[in-house]
Ligand binder design. Sequence first.
Ligand code: BGC
Length: 412
Amino acid sequence: MKKFPDNFLWGAATSAHQIEEYSCNNWSVWEKKNAKKWAQSATEKWQLWQQKKFPEMFEAENYISGRATEYYTRYEEDLDLAKAGGHNAHRFSIDWARIEPRDGEFDSKAIEHYKNVVRAISERNMEPFVTLWHWTHPLWLEERGGVLAKDFPEKFAHYAHIMAEALGESVKFYVTLNEPTSYIAGGYIAGKWPPGEKNIFHMLQAYKKLSSAHNLAYDVIHKQQENVHIGFTNILWRFKPSKNTLFHRALIRFAYYFTNEKFLRMTQDHNDYLSVQYYFSVTLSLMGIVKEKNTTFVTDLGWLIDPKGVYESIMFLKKYNLPIYLTEDGLADRSDMKREKFIRDNLAQVQRAISDGADVQGYFHWSLTDNFEWDKGFWPQFGLIEIDRKTLERKQRKSFWVYKNIIDRNAI
Ligand code: BGC
């Protein structure tokens, strides 16, 4: 048995829009606009085995978050389940659009709601990890240009200030932004996420706006409270070149710069910890990402399962000499046939990185329950807990107990 450090944080991660019912933000508008199109284009997007296994992908309804998992009203039930799974930490996000539905108007009921969520987490002896922006913001801000709005950083910092003041001492860990680079790539390069652009200048501007939003929020929260840990969550890509030429290697270097490094550099000295969110490794050719042919070691989304990437991602961050948290790690696996091995194998790589000197202090599995997977809708299921789409009944998957066992022993 290999032990994890004492006081290691174990939990699951979630995000507001993916589980809370009836959100009204940039994403809820985007999904309504695109649901039909996504359902109609599923044949082009997904392989035959996926189309056969998950026919919901052809229904427009699959792409509307709607009542989601009703977490906004059922959070206590879900937190009880997390507690029963042995978790001692919990990551969730606040929907800014609920807090500030109109420019400068803060909704005291919504603030009270999230205070209650934090209280409910603490009462269950779990450490709350609070994400302030998991890809959603108010509509009035989206209408002004979303993250490119002139005053996005200041507006974000003000909202961060309001929330930090409301939550006070009960929160020790903040995530300002979730995976800013994924949002930038989806919204300004691929054009598949809001605001649906393919514009390099806007992409560069988005890096600037989001990094200054993070830096400002960092300063504002720290001014209120010295003893909090603030960071952003970072998706760490693992690329392999399709050919071993100098040109391909240069391409990979370029890709690493924009995915894993640029944002980190732009927020230097404004991070108290670093985060790893790792999902897959990909092969990169001059034409872009090569479609994965392997159908065995892949998730339901066709993402290649490659545990070594966990180790490599952690070791990439080690040189910064800051505590590291795996703020997301998980897979879409409806039948739960692969999740158990995935958890064990990935945690073995975390353990290996710790033995090699990395200061890893926590792991959050993505996700606690099945949820709404953005432009893919409900069919990919990431939960340790399965949710019946009709009744919304919660049921622990087998892997939920496997994870609990690891937590109980604090070892693998
Ligand atoms: C995001 C989650 C998402 C998960 C799986 C992460 O990049 O933060 O919101 O559900 O990936 O796609």
